[in-house]
Design a protein around this ligand. Structure first.
Ligand code: NAI
Ligand SMILES: C[C@@H](CO)CCC[C@@H](C)[C@H]1CC[C@H]2[C@@H]3[C@H](O)CC4=CC(=O)CC[C@]4(C)[C@H]3CC[C@]12C
Length: 380
């Protein structure tokens, strides 16, 4: 549907880390829209102020796992970018809840597209639908066609894989009014940038250890990372081109990455944390892998024991350790060939923006005094 001269886009999960960047990206770079419907369970009222005389930003509070909420949000819209998801590999929420949101929620979006005559759906999938698996099989500079031993046991990757399969299978389905539904799926690697909750955790954790990061992962283990602004940009381009060349993009998956350097997860984070005086201790892991694994197991045991009394969900568990300890990097030009994707932000710009944001955490931290900071550096 077009409102006035423009189209109506729906962004599910539009108040999230990626979603909020996507809303801003659409406002700045997509001239064919007149309304962005931001559908989310937890609304960020600040997004409402982004409306301008050309594009209205409409916040819609709703639950993706309730079909009626989704149908109402999609009614009269032209295209959906579906980013809403429970992103949890730490056991913060029950597996059933992850399935309900990530799988049933996606089924609801597909159903609502069919019933509300929405022809275009871009799904935010994840590298996790491929790997890394917990067997330590490295995925080195892989692409969308690379053979890999996919093995999912954890609720999150399992749910993303199931949801992506549903999205791709729905491509070409007849929708109300006799039209066809066109879908595609984008698979970002580890997203970083302004607003990344996990980076806030690493920053807080580092403050508690005197701005020291104790190396746990071998530097040679490379993890693909992608700047949030480039992920948003790729979604905008895919949404635009899916409408123009549905037979090219329809039913396709695309890894989403940029020129961010291939580094270990810890070394990559230090690109930003070192600008705040953080230092990584050790040129190789300070403790042997088996001790790390024992610690991860202990965390999992503690989570099980405390279950029902307290949600104990530390960063390190057997799954996150396995993922962090297995190389997963992508190298592909499929998105460039199919819809002209080139990163909008070069690495230096992405780094600069992220550092500026991480530094803002220093300024805004009200509890800086609680961690006895005041220049107390372990490694002066
Ligand atoms: N963070 C990362 O490194 C990566 C994320 N992704 C995918 O990107 C997408 C966005 O992820 P992030 O921005 O990191 O997560 P996020 O947690 O910041 O955003 C997810 C949004 O979905 C909303 N949501 C959750 N349950 C909902 C429900 N029942 N109904 C409506 N809205 C609901 C949340 O309120 C939140 O605003 C997800 O689909 C995730 O799987 C993919 C690859 C990497
Ligand atoms: C062992 C620790 C010592 O510092 C480091 C632990 C790092 C882990 C918490 C992260 C390593 C790899 C991350 C995942 C990866 O980027 C792929 C992902 C894709 C998504 O769709 C969601 C997030 C994540 C699972 C991401 C989560 C954090 C890590 C496991």
């Amino acid at each position: 549907m077009t409102v006035g001269s423009g189209q109506v886009y729906v962004v599910t999960g539009g108040c999230g880390f990626l979603g909020s960047h996507l809303v801003r990206m659409l406002l700045e770079h997509e001239k064919n829209i007149s309304e962005i419907r931001v559908f989310d369970l937890h609304l960020d009222e600040s997004l409402r102020t982004l409306s301008n005389d050309r594009v209205k930003v409409r916040l819609i509070s709703g639950d993706i796992s309730r079909l009626e909420d989704v149908r109402e949000a999609l009614r009269g819209s032209h295209l959906v970018i579906h980013t809403a998801s429970l992103v949890d590999v730490w056991g913060r929420v029950p597996a059933s809840k992850i399935t309900e949101v990530n799988v049933t929620g996606t089924m609801n979006v597909l159903q609502a597209c069919k019933e509300e005559e929405v022809q275009y759906l871009v799904y935010t999938s994840s590298m996790e639908v491929v790997g890394p698996n917990i067997h330590g099989d490295h995925f080195y500079r892989g692409n969308e066609d690379t053979e890999y031993r996919i093995y999912h046991k954890e609720p999150y990757p399992l749910s993303k894989a199931k949801a992506e399969k549903l999205v791709l299978e729905a491509n070409g389905a007849k929708i109300k009014g006799g039209k066809l539904l066109y879908t595609c799926s984008l698979r970002p690697t580890g997203i970083y940038g302004e607003g990344h909750e996990l980076m806030k955790q690493f920053h807080r954790q580092g403050l508690r250890t005197g701005r020291c990061v104790f190396r746990a992962i071998p530097p040679a283990i490379e993890h693909g990372r992608v700047y949030v602004g480039n992920v948003a940009w790729m979604h905008l381009l895919a949404a635009r081109q899916l409408q123009i060349h549905p037979s090219t993009l329809g039913g396709q998956v695309y890894f989403c990455y940029d020129s961010s350097p291939y580094k270990s997860y810890e070394d990559f984070n230090m690109e930003f944390l070192s600008a705040c005086g953080f230092k990584i201790i050790g040129s190789r892991p300070l403790v042997p892998y088996f001790l790390l694994y024992l610690l991860a197991l202990l965390n999992a045991l503690m989570q099980w024991v405390l279950h029902g009394f307290f949600t104990y969900a530390p960063i390190l568990n057997p799954y996150t350790l396995a993922v962090a300890s297995t190389t997963f990097t992508v190298q592909t030009d499929k998105a460039e060939k199919h819809f002209g994707y080139q990163p909008l932000y070069a690495w230096e710009e992405a780094k600069k923006r992220t550092i500026t944001w991480v530094k803002s955490l220093e300024v805004s931290r009200k509890d800086l005094k609680d961690v006895g900071e005041k220049g107390n550096y372990c490694c002066n």
